[in-house]
Design a protein around this ligand. Structure first.
Ligand code: ZN
Length: 342
């Protein structure tokens, strides 16, 4: 059974909303939902252009806050990015006064409470954030939310709170983009991960060119031939630093480092390819140098984990090795490594 690794790519960005969506979002803070008039129809949610004709839409008009469920599906096990953490329905809801339907969540409590044609009414965030999800979810007409989170109010309560403040369109919003994907470790990556958990660094030696790669990849990139488990070799957990860089961290979202840190490439004894982007332990950044002999500082076996081992990269040791520490042996000649790239 191959180990499955989950990779999450996340980044924030700021987007402008434009006059139509910006007004739509601003009105939500007052408990009002607007649609865009286009010919005889009202589109809700509002769009800048009618998707059927490509023509620009006209004035914004109030719709809802009640509507009719036109179609729905039950979400029994919500994940962290769903609008509700309790089971709910995604529904196509045609708001009163609108000719199109919007996709939104219905907090109905149970699948049995859902039906096509049922009446629902909007709930608005008690603390509006100037975002489309200030329209939090819908509930069956006459019903209350089935949970506390997120805290919401009715359209009338939101309107009373907002009073007569003029509506200023929301110009920009912060958006957190997140994509998580899963893949099975390939056999070579699986053997490498298993060996690292056991405190051994696995490489692979090509019988044709004689070069030794780390981690094993089940092919030789020089000869283009297949390799397999029979070509695996256990490598010494010591080697030499062939290059390094000192990173001064910029505080972008997700950056956990606050102080300058060093990353080195390590050429293991008996290997021909480098382990890249390795941390160093036991010495200050300014003492790191090309030619320095180092050895692996293994984490205690009980603390090792394989979460960072994937199918790509330059041979991660994260989760098994804390970093590389000087052995105290004399340096090797810089000239031997200074022009080395891989
Ligand atoms: Zn080869």
């Amino acid at each position: 059974m191959p180990k499955v690794v989950t990779t999450t790519v996340e980044f924030p960005y700021r987007r402008s909303l434009g006059p139509v969506v910006g007004r739509f979002v601003a009105e939500l803070a007052r408990g009002r939902i607007v649609g865009a008039r286009s010919g005889e129809r009202v589109l809700a949610p509002p769009l800048e252009y009618d998707p059927d004709t490509g023509a620009a839409t006209g004035e914004l008009v109030e719709v809802g806050p009640g509507g009719t469920v036109r179609s729905w599906t039950w979400v029994g096990q919500p994940d962290t990015r769903h609008p509700l953490s309790r089971p709910f329905a995604f529904a196509l809801i045609q708001l009163d006064g609108a000719d199109t339907s919007m996709v939104h969540a219905v907090d109905a409590g149970s699948e049995a409470a859902m039906s096509t044609g049922m009446r629902v009414v909007a709930r608005f965030r008690a603390e509006p954030g100037g975002r489309p999800d200030d329209l939090a979810f819908f509930v069956p007409e006459g019903a209350e939310p089935t949970g506390e989170e997120p805290a919401t109010v009715s359209a009338a309560e939101a309107a009373a709170r907002a009073g007569d403040e003029p509506v200023t369109p929301v110009e920009t919003m912060e958006f957190w983009s997140s994509l998580a994907y899963q893949e099975a470790l390939n056999p070579a990556a699986q053997r490498y991960a298993d060996s690292m958990l056991a405190g051994r660094i696995l490489g692979q030696r090509c019988p044709t060119c004689g070069k030794t790669y780390v981690p094993p990849r089940d092919f030789c990139p020089v000869d283009g031939i297949r390799l397999d488990e029979s070509h695996d070799v256990v490598l010494p957990d010591r080697g030499v630093i062939t290059n390094f860089t000192i990173v001064t961290p910029v505080q972008y979202p997700g950056q956990k480092e606050t102080e300058p840190f060093v990353r080195v490439s390590v050429l293991l004894d008996e290997a021909d390819a480098l382990l890249g982007l390795q941390p160093v332990v036991g010495i200050p950044n300014e003492e790191v140098r090309v030619g320095m002999r180092v050895e692996a500082a293994w984490l205690p076996e009980a603390e090792r984990n394989a979460e960072e081992f994937g199918n790509r990269g330059w041979g991660s040791t994260t989760g098994a090795i804390a970093g590389w520490r000087p052995t105290g042996e004399p340096d090797l000649p810089v000239e031997r490594y200074i022009d080395r790239v891989f």
